[in-house]
Write a protein that binds this ligand. Structure first.
Ligand SMILES: Cc1cc2nc3c(=O)[nH]c(=O)nc-3n(C[C@H](O)[C@H](O)[C@H](O)COP(=O)(O)O)c2cc1C
Length: 204
């Protein structure tokens, strides 16, 4: 085994090791609103569910090259901290993979990535932040915490509303039709994986 002391790794090496070993990662298309009303969209693969009592999600945002906060984090902050306190998460599906990559371009604050990505915002039902039109499943969240971890921020949101495409879930059990969802995961930087090759492990 190669035993590596993290203290001996460069920041780039730490980044790469996480990018290519914590895989596959689900991808959140995070949409937010600036206090000015400007809409914002960006993909985040440091993303997961927190729990379901309450139902909560998180994404982790690093910083821009100039050290400033990424727009998604800035906008998701509560109003007292300069944001609007809300965000929506559209789970990334294959048809939007190219668009998500385009939406990752660091535009100046207040400029929307929607047009750049060829996507359209559609109004949220319970939050003012928009959702990605055509997304099969979208979670509308109110920010409950923004936790700094060194240069990163963990943005936690309580889900207050879920918009699901008709026919995607069993309306009693809420099981999701995975073939129809067609979500994709991130396997590094530009490498993605489909979720069509699944297998069952008995016993759970
Ligand atoms: C598929 C994908 C996943 C990404 N995941 C993250 C992530 O988890 N955290 C992060 O800080 N940046 C991530 N990025 C980069 C951000 O999307 C990028 O910095 C973006 O410009 C942030 O936009 P914003 O400033 O509008 O929030 C990812 C990019 C791609 C293409």
């Amino acid at each position: 085994m190669l035993e590596i002391d993290v203290a001996d790794m460069t920041e780039r090496q730490r980044e790469h090791l996480l990018l290519w070993s914590v895989v596959p990662r689900p991808i959140a298309m995070v949409s937010t609103l600036a206090p000015s009303g400007a809409v914002n969209l960006a993909p985040f693969s440091y993303f997961t569910a927190v729990g379901y009592a309450p139902m909560a999600l998180l994404f982790c945002a690093g910083r821009r090259a100039d050290g400033s906060e990424k727009d998604s984090c800035r906008n998701a902050r509560p109003p007292a901290e300069g944001g609007t306190g809300e965000f929506t998460v559209s789970v990334l599906v294959e048809k939007f993979a190219e668009a998500a990559s385009a939406a990752a371009r660091p535009l100046p604050y207040g400029e929307s990535e929607y047009e750049l990505a060829g996507l359209r915002p559609t109004p949220g039902s319970r939050v003012r932040a928009p959702r990605v039109e055509g997304s099969p499943i979208a979670f509308e969240c109110r920010t409950s915490a923004v936790i700094p971890v060194g240069a990163f921020f963990v943005v936690v949101g309580e889900v207050v509303h879920v918009a699901v495409e008709e026919g995607l879930i069993d309306e009693v059990s809420f099981h999701v039709d995975l073939d129809r969802l067609g979500s994709v995961g991130r396997m590094g930087a530009a490498d993605y994986v489909r979720t069509s090759d699944r297998f069952v492990v008995d016993g759970y």
